[in-house]
Design a protein around this ligand. Structure first.
Ligand SMILES: NC(=O)c1ccc[n+]([C@@H]2O[C@H](COP(=O)([O-])OP(=O)(O)OC[C@H]3O[C@@H](n4cnc5c(N)ncnc54)[C@H](OP(=O)(O)O)[C@@H]3O)[C@@H](O)[C@H]2O)c1
Length: 310
């Protein structure tokens, strides 16, 4: 079976398709044929040797990225009775999603409802769970509050806009002009161009800032948060800096690292089934073209999600 791996940290050209031996199944495991794997900024940062992801795998190269997947069950371990071959499954992984086949504990993934497309299921998990945990566990968002979401058209942002709206918040979304109509269609109450300083400075203060860009962008948006308001800064590499600046302004700021939670994932999928949550897929690349997918995610200007097709 083929797998897209890096043998050393570096640019996107480090991603190479290799032939790997199939692993035999333990009794509680399933073999899954990957149909789509999500591509996320953390995959590219880790490939480049940056952040907590690279630290965790630096002694485990070659390494296959991929933290979310959708596929069909191919084979069952002897004790697995919750699936049949052919069942459609999706969910979060510890890594290795950029593979034609995966071997996983049977309870690691969830079933894809029949009304949901393969692509939607593949793109939901990582961005969806991050958006949900950022808004609720960390941001403590309440109905009627004003939330400002940066990178609102991106993978996490476009789901956060819809979830925040569903939670009863007043949603202000930041994006380039070409994404404004898209964000209004997702329910954003106000849409601002983050490059327009006059628009930003005229914005009435918000209760919660969901900072999905970090660095200078996150620092610049702190002045838009009410005194005593809350900040969740999601990119981990600049979180310390943004939290320190927010704290000096008497804001309640936190960083976060998403955690796997299949109950939350099932709840998000239920929202998809009920058509309250829509996953936008902007680009799909064959597994063999992972390099192009990484170049696209590294532009920092993708709309919604990018997938690899197995
Ligand atoms: N801590 C965690 O657990 C966790 C989990 C998931 C993601 N993350 C991090 O969260 C960040 C967002 O992830 P993602 O998957 O949503 O990324 P993404 O899909 O690559 O985000 C792309 C979006 O960023 C927008 N953008 C770029 N520069 C901007 C700026 N200066 N101001 C406002 N928007 C800007 C772009 O908007 P336009 O095209 O409209 O310009 C584009 O729509 C990444 O840094 C990622 O690594 C962290």
């Amino acid at each position: 079976m083929q797998q897209l791996v890096i043998k050393a940290f570096g640019d996107a050209s480090q991603l190479k398709l290799v032939e790997r031996e199939s692993i035999s199944l333990a009794t509680n495991e399933i073999r899954v044929r990957m149909h789509f794997a999500g591509v996320n900024p953390v995959d590219a940062k880790t490939r480049a040797g940056l952040g907590w992801g690279a630290e965790a795998i630096k002694d485990k190269l070659p390494w296959a990225p991929g933290l979310e997947v959708m596929g069909t069950v191919l084979e069952l371990g002897a004790e697995v009775n919750i699936y049949q071959p052919g069942d459609r499954v999706f969910g979060l992984l510890a890594g290795g999603g950029y593979s034609e086949q995966l071997v996983l504990p049977a309870n690691a993934l969830l079933r894809v409802p029949s009304s949901v497309s393969d692509e939607t299921a593949a793109g939901l998990s990582l961005a969806g769970i991050t958006a949900w945990q950022a808004l609720t566990e960390h941001g403590l968002l309440k109905a009627g509050e004003r939330v400002l979401i940066s990178a609102a058209a991106g993978g996490v942002g476009h789901l956060a806009v819809q979830l925040a709206k569903d939670l009863g918040a007043n949603v202000i979304a930041l994006a380039s002009a070409h994404n404004h109509e898209f964000l209004r269609s997702l329910g954003a109450d106000e849409v601002l161009d983050y490059k327009d300083a006059a628009q930003l400075s005229a914005l009435a203060p918000v209760d919660l800032l969901l900072d999905l860009v970090g660095g200078e962008s996150g620092l610049g948006l702190l002045s838009r948060v009410k005194g005593g308001g809350r900040v969740v800064t999601v990119p981990t590499n600049t979180a310390e800096k943004v939290i320190a600046a927010a704290t000096s302004l008497d804001l309640n700021a936190t960083g976060m690292l998403k955690h796997n939670d299949n109950q939350q994932l099932a709840m998000l999928m239920q929202r998809v089934v009920e058509q309250k949550l829509r996953v936008e897929i902007s680009h799909v690349y064959p597994l063999a073209e992972g390099e192009l997918a990484h170049r696209q995610i590294e532009t920092g200007h993708s709309r919604g999600k990018i997938l690899l097709q197995g």
